[in-house]
Design a protein around this ligand. Structure first.
Ligand code: A3P
Length: 304
């Protein structure tokens, strides 16, 4: 009882503008398998449930591939569109009822998962998630921060070009005269993983956050997904039959029975060439941040 009251007070303090419904919050906690078995009417029907797993980022890290691959698991119900509940004020103000409506229908025992890469680097989000869903499991997929930055730039460039708007070359955005790298450039900021992860670790115990290797997911998806299954407490149901390498796409694609599918053409786009010197400058800049990230994540990557 004491814990319940403490949790409620925390909610009032931290949840800010979100419209909260106590019954919904309780059923959210009950629905998480690691907090106890689902029971009663809540567990007995096909319905929309608040997520027990959230892919929080990182943008251009491979979040779509991770979600779609995970959704091949029979115990997973995935929200196909990005929800942006915790990071967009207009959505957050709509409250948990709205959030739940964005979730897919799920059967009892299935785990609902959503992905919104914007959560990871948004300063207010960790405390908000913690306040509403302290038991939720978080997945963070990362890739080499320089590759991620270039991928981020490429996406913005494509979006601008699609609207017939100009966008400068990356070099121009990254280097300000002779003052070196412009570290205020958003894609650089988003690649400072340690900065953002530290905020999540201030809100959640490390055991609630699993870091996925985005490079590993490209090279050998099954190995990464086995770790994810384990982290989420799912039975190991994904296997080699769920993935096949598509030479044309240059990536693994998904297979469920006779149905085969690759991610759309916005995933796995060619990147514009970047001068070697600039790449080296970026690698040097990120190196200390990366080391810090490895120590926070408890996992090391060979980046740059
Ligand atoms: P690029 O398009 O730069 O290659 P997100 O879904 O977070 O936006 O990440 C997009 C990135 O997912 C792509 O970046 C691509 O490298 C990566 N990715 C990982 N596995 C993939 C797969 N099986 N098919 C396509 N892209 C994949």
């Amino acid at each position: 009882m004491a814990c319940w009251w403490a949790g409620w007070l925390l909610l009032l303090a931290e949840a800010g503008g979100a419209r909260l419904e106590q019954g919904m919050l309780e059923s959210w906690a009950q629905a998480a398998p690691w907090l106890g078995n689902t029971s009663g009417s809540q567990a007995s029907s096909l319905q929309r449930r608040l997520p027990q797993g959230i892919i929080i980022g990182v943008r251009k890290g491979g979040t779509r591939a991770l979600l779609e691959m995970l959704a091949l698991h029979p115990q997973v119900a995935a929200a196909r569109s990005e929800v942006h509940f915790f990071n967009r004020e207009e959505n957050y103000r709509r409250g948990l009822g709205w959030y739940r409506q964005q979730m897919p229908l799920s059967r009892p025992g299935q785990l609902t998962v959503e992905k919104t890469p914007g959560y990871f680097s948004s300063p207010r989000v960790p405390a908000r998630v913690r306040a509403l869903a302290p038991g939720v499991r978080l997945l963070l997929i990362v890739r080499d921060p320089v590759e991620r930055l270039v991928s981020d730039y490429t996406q913005i460039l494509h979006n601008r070009q699609a609207r017939c708007k100009p966008y400068p070359p990356l070099e121009q955005l990254l280097v300000r005269g002779d003052r070196g790298l412009d570290t205020r450039y958003k894609p650089i900021q988003r690649s400072l993983y340690a900065l953002h992860l530290a905020r999540w670790l201030a809100a959640f115990p490390p055991a609630h956050i699993h870091v996925v290797d985005g490079g590993g997911l490209i090279r050998e998806p099954l190995a990464e997904l086995r770790r994810v299954e384990q982290f989420l407490g799912l039975a190991p149901r994904l296997g080699p039959d769920n993935f096949y390498f598509n030479q044309t796409k240059g990536f693994y694609c998904l297979q469920a029975g006779a149905r085969q599918r690759c991610l759309d053409e916005s995933k796995g786009r060619p990147h514009p060439p970047i001068a070697k010197l600039l790449l080296e400058q970026l690698c040097t800049y990120f190196s200390a941040h990366n080391e810090h990230f490895f120590s926070l994540a408890g996992r090391t990557f060979s980046w740059c």
